[in-house]
Design a protein around this ligand. Structure first.
Ligand code: GTP
Ligand code: MG
Length: 182
């Protein structure tokens, strides 16, 4: 069969986490290979897409960026439904953003209401590991991994949207996880 006529699989992925942790920056680095040091808060939600080939499957990854400031207030529950994977992002230099991961995870499950909440796939990203050469970090890799282990072995990646470190690897895992849940 010709590649162009092959069926594409659309995978919906949500990216959640506190304001300023780097959700938009991670997506811009992944899709456009660009980084903007100036902060501009996301309003509402928007998505970007990335075409991937995973094994013999053509995949369109639809990545939804959300506003950390708004928590779950303005986006309706319908918005979260049908997501195949949820990416939770915190800043390794901001402890509060790590503490908030529980709430984001639980709120997502409440809103998206998946068939099997206990088995719904999340990916955790600890971002901004480049900051101050790692001297300003307050959440250790061990702490983050423990959080993941306690919740059914959630995959964990340490990333830098600024340096592009581990960003492709993290989103490839997101895509594969979403595909497995399709
Ligand atoms: P909201 O849209 O408000 O929810 O924030 P956000 O999570 O989308 O954060 P955003 O990507 O806008 O990044 C916030 C600030 O942190 C910006 O000034 C970015 O340039 C900066 N930033 C993001 N990722 C990194 C990183 O990996 N390293 C460093 N040093 N700065 C980063
Ligand atoms: Mg944003």
């Amino acid at each position: 069969m010709d590649v162009s006529t092959k069926k594409r699989t659309l995978l919906k992925v949500m990216v959640l986490g506190d304001s300023g942790v780097g959700k938009t920056s991670l997506m811009n680095q992944y899709v456009y290979m660009k980084f903007n040091p100036h902060y501009k808060a996301t309003i509402g939600a928007d998505f970007v897409t990335k075409e991937l080939q995973i094994d013999d499957k053509q995949v369109t990854l639809q990545i939804w960026d959300t506003a950390g400031q708004e928590r779950f207030q303005s986006l309706g529950a319908a918005f979260y439904r049908g997501a195949e994977c949820c990416v939770l992002v915190f800043d390794v230099n901001a402890h509060k953003s790590f503490e908030a991961m529980n709430t984001w995870r639980e709120e997502f499950l409440k809103q998206a209401d998946p068939d099997e909440p206990d088995n719904f796939p999340f990916i955790l990203l600890g971002n901004k590991i480049d900051m101050d050469g790692g001297n300003s970090r307050v959440v250790s890799e061990k702490q983050a991994k423990e959080w993941c282990a306690f919740r059914g072995n959630i995959p964990y990646f340490e990333t830098s949207a600024k340096e592009g470190y581990n960003v492709d690897e993290a989103f490839l895992c997101v895509a594969k996880t979403a595909l497995a849940n399709d």
